[in-house]
Each structure stands twice: as structure tokens, then as C-alpha cells.
Ligand binder design. Sequence first.
Ligand code: CU
Length: 167
Amino acid sequence: MKNLLTILAGIIIISCNNTNKSSSEGFQYERVKEDTTSVQASNSVSNKVVINSNDQMKFDKKIIRVNSNEEVTLTLNHTGRFPVSSMGHNFVLLKKDVDVNSYALNAAGARNNDYIPEGGNEIAYTKMLGGGESDTITFDAPEPGTYIFICSFPGHYQLMMGEFIVI
Ligand SMILES: [Cu+2]
């Protein structure tokens, strides 16, 4: 006969059934992409135009209104700090009916010409600027209508695009 050693183990089961547990599931913070640039919804008409651009790849104007049959003086400021090589900005006013997507594609390949492609599809354009720089251009306002302006630095035009309305 074997001696049987019986060990009795006392098992204490602690029930931790907290039914009052508040549910934290389903509560998610959604990262809202904030537009930190205040876009001016300008209704004013002036042939003296100042437009700012920044390190967030934004123009501060989506709409520019000018009078026809008058000269336009336009100043582009780059208010950021990044150099022209990584965050260059220009202002390019496209002729009517120029396809902006194909223009931007061509522009991206025109690095040696400040991203202004051949073809003469611009009404006017500024220099390509780095942070802290400015350029002012003067040109005759085109015929009344709505024109597109962009920055032609590679990858910028989709964020840096607006309407140039000639009244
Ligand atoms: Cu740009």
C-alpha cells in the first residue's frame, strides 16, 4: 500500500467582476487636419496684389480679383524659412484653357529653368523663391475671365492653386 499524500490546496478565486466598468472603447480621437493658414476670401478688386506663401506649402489667397485693361502689380512673399531647393514657391498665372495637370508635369521636369516649362503657357510668373524672399512683377491684366494660378515647384500645385478673376 502506498501512502497517499494528499495535498489539499485551497484555491481562492477572487471574483473581480466589475460590472460598473465604464467603457472606453469606441472613443477615439480623430486627427483633424487643420488648415493653419487663414485663407482670405477676398471679394475686393485691386490691381495691386500681395500674395504670401509659406513653409506649409500654402498661398494665403485662393482668389485674386483684378480689373481688366489695367496693369497688375503682384508681389509674392515667401514668409517661411525653408530654402528654395526644398520649399521653393513661385506664382505662375496660366493662360486660359491650359491644362493645369499636364502643365505641372512639364514644369516638374524644368528644374534648370526654375520649373517654368517651355511652351509659353504663362501670362506672367515670378521668380522661384526660398524662405524670406520676395519678388514683384508687373503685367497687363488679361481679358475678363477666370484664370488659374499655381506654384510650379514639383508637387506643390495641388495645394498651391487658385483663381485669378479678371473683371
Ligand atoms: Cu511652392
